[in-house]
Design a protein around this ligand. Structure first.
Ligand SMILES: [Zn+2]
Length: 598
């Protein structure tokens, strides 16, 4: 007993000696990694692991490891004596970053494991077609692709599937990149399918020569008819040489015109899977391509380019939405025919939010006809619109990950995304008074009061001071409920008893009241206000469902006019605030806010 006490004492003296010699920065580094390691391993840090993390972060420590080692031992022991709760407190206090990293890991773990995934070798890809603005459905795919790549320390490829020049535009490439930047999705490689045209042509010739593809010159409606009846056309039985010649005439600008010839795979015209009934691999499109201009006139379909790109880019796990499921057999047929490596295919359900649509076919006319403002109209589910409406990219990520990779169809409500966003915004934003549809309230006998109001009830965001002299504006909705003799409390100020409510005078509703003390009374309606001496006119856009009963909802944008307290005059575009008793808003321009959600 005595001996062990003596040993500890010696150890303690020895240790303080070493700690004194080791500089504070190094000790801090040791502590950080000891806590992080303990946090990840049920409260017990491992000395070896901690030391290798320290060296990884500061390689020059390796040369003085003999000096550092005793200090590391002491700190690790000290951390290991703490309870996990104490460790967590110290982490929150000193190294909050550790918790953020940890939370990210939890997020990653939420997705089920990939089959046949090897740590460090997983490659996923996000392959948008640059034919429109990215929307919440793209966010789901991109975030899942990235999360899997990071989960296995693998790589993410962003591939623009741009082989239909009739539909693609340069600004859509940019919109997709901007959307991903905003979401914080960072691809390890960015590429365009259109850069691989020479390879696609090579593979096409390979398939024609081996008799696995043929150039069909039947009319498109005949092809369609044959497909539905399971009939083969006469082109199919011609020799590969004949098809090679036809293929060259497709490539030749003097040869076939658009819709006069198609390269089709020799599938199975009687297959129960109609996707295998000799689908088109290449078609002639004479439109200028946004990157390649008129360099090519024969373009591969997604059915052909997709699997080849996945295979040659080393993609190990190709995730796509469920509507492609019937095309899986075709995907593998093409790769097997060409002798290319087969990636794993994984399908998940497409994401639509209730009350809106991600369909370009439905959105484009709304924009063309001016029924919505543009791709960033806050009623739309595009990423640029979500951003403009005030959603945080972290909330969008959290939301789409919470839906997982299940194949079950779901049409989640906006409310789900809103609740994730609300939780994140609440501790971050300042609170102000905004009075929608204002009604004047004059208070007799009111003292001159400087109201000192905190910008957040819990956070230390400071306060604003509003001078009041007895004339206010309050929301019409509240004012209309007040009758003579009723009392109310002006939030953060004092009580008022209503003496007269004068409906429909020329200036609108005017309320008159009397000062009724400052004591807090239960049951009084608590109402936000602005001083009649200092306020800013503010307009708030309130979005409602864009689509109702499959039709554009003409009432989908409500414009609310009102007065905000004077301090709101300093708000800048993109600031996010909470208007008390009204909702969370993003400032769009001076004097204009967009309601993100209640
Ligand atoms: Zn034919």
């Amino acid at each position: 007993m005595c001996r062990s006490f003596f040993n500890s004492l010696i150890a303690a003296i020895f240790v303080s000696f070493w700690l004194a010699l080791t500089d504070a920065a190094i000790e801090n580094l040791i502590r950080k990694h000891a806590l992080a390691n303990a946090y990840r391993h049920e409260g017990k840090a491992d000395l070896g692991a901690v030391v290798s993390k320290i060296i990884a972060e500061q390689p020059d420590i390796r040369s003085k490891i003999r000096e550092v080692m005793p200090a590391a031992k002491v700190v690790v022991q000290e951390v290991n004596r703490m309870s996990p709760a104490e460790q967590q407190l110290q982490i929150e206090d000193l190294f909050p970053d550790i918790l953020e990293v940890q939370e990210k890991r939890v997020e990653e773990r939420r997705l089920p494991a990939l089959s046949n995934a090897v740590e460090g070798k997983v490659v996923t890809r996000f392959p948008p077609e640059p034919n429109g603005y990215p929307h919440i459905g793209h966010a789901k795919a991109a975030v899942i692709d990235e999360t899997y790549a990071r989960m296995y320390n693998g790589r993410l490829i962003l591939r623009f599937d741009d082989t239909n020049p009739a539909k693609e535009q340069l600004d859509y490439y940019k919109a997709i990149k901007d959307g991903l930047d905003w979401l914080g999705v960072k691809p390890d490689l960015v590429k365009n399918s259109s850069d691989d045209m020479a390879r696609f042509y090579g593979y096409a010739e390979q398939m024609i020569s081996s008799g696995h593809a043929y150039a069909c010159t039947c009319q498109p409606d005949v092809v369609k008819q044959n497909r539905s009846e399971g009939k083969e056309c006469a082109c199919r039985s011609l020799s590969p040489d004949e098809h090679l010649q036809r293929w060259r005439r497709m490539l030749d600008a003097q040869g076939y015109k658009m819709n006069e010839a198609f390269l089709r795979v020799k599938g199975d015209m009687q297959s129960l899977n109609t996707a295998l009934r000799d689908p088109t691999l290449f078609r002639i499109i004479e439109a200028a391509h946004p990157l390649k201009d008129k360099k090519y006139r024969v373009w591969p379909t997604y059915d052909f380019a997709g699997p080849i790109e996945d295979s040659i880019d080393g993609v190990t796990h190709a995730l796509r939405t469920k509507e492609y499921e019937l095309r899986d057999a075709l995907y593998f047929l093409i790769l097997k025919t060409l002798g290319l490596r087969l990636p794993e295919l994984i399908e998940f359900s497409r994401l639509e939010l209730r009350g809106t649509t991600v369909s370009k076919r439905k959105l484009q006319p709304l924009i063309r006809d001016g029924l919505v403002e543009g791709w960033d109209d806050p009623r739309l589910p595009t990423l640029t619109a979500l951003r403009r409406r005030g959603f945080l990219p972290e909330a969008v990520r959290e939301f789409v990950l919470s839906l997982g990779v299940s194949k079950a169809e779901s049409e989640p409500d906006w409310a789900l995304l809103e609740s994730v966003n609300r939780k994140m915004l609440d501790p971050l934003v300042r609170r102000y008074f905004f009075v929608p549809d204002p009604v004047r309230l004059e208070v007799a006998g009111a003292p001159e009061v400087k109201a000192i109001l905190k910008l957040h009830p819990e956070k230390n965001f400071g306060e604003r001071v509003i001078e009041t002299r007895g004339a206010f504006y309050i929301p019409r909705e509240d004012a209309e409920k007040l009758k003579q003799g009723d009392s109310l409390r002006l939030l953060g100020l004092y009580n008022v008893e209503i003496e007269h409510s004068l409906p429909a005078s020329e200036e609108g509703l005017l309320l008159k009241g009397r000062y009724a003390g400052e004591d807090l009374r239960e049951g009084l309606p608590k109402i936000q206000w602005v001083s009649a001496d200092s306020y800013r006119e503010f307009t708030v856009w309130v979005t409602l469902p864009l689509i109702v009963d499959n039709e554009f909802n003409k009432e989908s944008l409500k414009i609310v006019k009102g007065f905000a307290e004077a301090a709101c005059g300093d708000l800048k575009p993109d600031d996010k605030v909470q208007f008390i008793r009204f909702g969370f808003c993003r400032i769009d321009s001076p004097g204009l806010a967009i309601l993100t959600h209640r």
